[in-house]
Design a protein around this ligand. Structure first.
Ligand code: AMP
Ligand code: GLY
Length: 427
């Protein structure tokens, strides 16, 4: 079987790694891939958003299944394009992917179908948005209505910040959403979805802000862990029954039936669970910590989705092990950053039992691994519990270095502090 994975981040490396681990015999390709995917998949020099070139490649190379990692090709209609050419592809159609690519569509859908989310208003007029800020006051959250690689969201604690965020958003997006500011613990729950069949994965927790203690600007994600022992199973069940299943059913009713991975970013508020966002694909870095715990055959589950027989597929079980993933980023990320810095120590990190290194922004430069993006690597550690996994991952991170490298030192601390396995810093 010939499988093409589209994308070139840590998530795609984790997808390639899992597909190949379960099915060593498959012929795997990754477009465009990175320095890490090149170890398990043949690199294809086509960018993820070049969907017509990808179609040509898939037809010429007789690809049996294409798996789409990132949101951009989904929002451009790669799934519709491949299906029209008679090819199998894992991911939602352009219309279904709007649950991620248009926050205004997602918010309106949630409102219509009673899915809990923060109160909000959508604006297409800057002055109306500014008047609204004056009437409701701060804190509030300003979101651009479109894809922004996790960076189109500004949590505003003072009025000046809110005004600046609205003005900036309107420069690049025709619609801006202003949302009620929620507080509580965040979690990510992804599910394999095929129409109204929803098979949840193990939950994970992302760390969006760049600095320890959830400080600083938002990023694409600085680290994640799974499972979440401090979050009650009843919360996860509520997320499936009150969010994921209603969302999948709503999309079917709206003639936007979803096939692929539906991701709910949730906040556990005092009033219960609320949706922060939906994504139409695996989370990054959530995929890097959830896929290593998946005991089922990923290829088989993806084929079951694509062939609309997920309801008959074998049950997915999850390893009892914990996985902690730490993102190593370039100096300056999430702002501008340099590239081409030589990366040392990846082999030592990988040699530790239970550790793995998923590449994101890396490339091979004269046979030397070098940085090529903002998020460079996700180092993961697997252990019998979160403490062991955390110890392992930070030992492995200690093996790796590149000029300007920075990372968070508190990934998984929230769970460890709540379960009494760690003291709050400074106390
Ligand atoms: P998003 O890209 O919509 O997931 O937002 C990125 C991050 O901004 C989230 O993970 C939250 O930490 C924060 N955020 C988004 N919406 C809200 C909200 N309504 N209240 C508080 N924080 C939010
Ligand atoms: N980790 C958040 C995302 O993938 O959007």
């Amino acid at each position: 079987m010939r499988v093409l994975v589209v994308g070139g981040g840590g998530r795609e490396h984790a997808i390639c790694w899992k597909l190949k681990k379960d099915n060593p015999e498959i012929e795997l390709f990754c477009a465009p891939g990175n320095g890490g995917t090149a170890q398990v998949a043949v690199p294809v020099a086509v960018d993820a958003e070049d969907i017509h070139k990808l179609l040509d490649f898939a037809l010429n190379q007789k690809i049996d299944l294409t798996v789409v990692g990132p949101e951009l090709p989904l929002s451009l209609g790669i799934v519709d394009l491949f299906q029209a050419a008679g090819l199998k592809i894992f991911g939602p159609s352009k219309l279904a992917a709007e649950i991620e690519s248009s926050k205004a569509f997602a918010k309106d859908l949630m409102k219509r179908y009673g899915i809990p989310t923060a109160a909000y208003q959508v604006f297409s007029d800057e002055q109306a948005a500014l008047d609204y800020i004056n009437s409701v006051g701060v804190p509030l959250v300003v979101k651009a209505d479109g894809l922004a690689a996790g960076k189109g969201v500004v949590v505003c604690r003072d009025r000046e910040q809110a005004v600046a965020a609205v003005r900036e958003c309107f420069q690049t997006h025709p619609k801006v959403i202003i949302e009620e500011f929620l507080t509580g613990e965040e979690l990510s729950l992804m599910a394999f979805v095929d129409g109204t069949t929803v098979v949840p994965m193990a939950p994970a927790q992302d760390h969006k802000q760049v600095y320890d203690g959830d400080r600083g600007p938002n990023t694409g994600g600085m680290g994640a862990y799974s499972p979440l022992p401090h979050i009650d199973q009843s919360v996860i069940e509520a997320a499936v029954n009150k969010v994921l299943i209603p969302a999948a059913e709503a999309l079917v009713r709206e003639n936007r039936s979803f096939t692929g991975v539906l991701y709910a970013g949730l906040m556990l508020t005092e009033q219960g669970l609320k949706v922060i966002e939906f994504n139409a694909r695996f989370g990054d870095p959530e995929a890097q910590v959830v896929l290593p715990r998946m005991e089922a055959d990923l290829l088989e589950i993806m084929l079951a989705c694509v062939e609309h027989r997920l309801d008959q597929a074998a049950e997915i079980t999850w390893s009892r092990n914990a996985v902690v993933g730490v993102v190593l980023a370039s100096c300056g990320y999430p702002g501008p950053y340099p590239t081409g810095k030589v990366i040392y120590g990846v082999e030592q990190a990988e040699a530790r039992s239970g550790a793995a290194v998923f590449h994101a922004g890396t490339t091979l430069k004269q046979n030397q691994l070098a940085t090529a993006g903002g998020r460079v690597l996700t180092v993961v550690g697997q252990g019998a519990d979160l403490k062991q996994a955390q110890n392992l991952v930070y030992a492995a991170v200690g093996d790796i270095s590149f000029d300007g490298m920075h990372f968070r030192r508190d990934i998984a601390d929230k769970a460890l502090i709540k379960s009494g396995q760690k003291q709050v810093a400074g106390s």
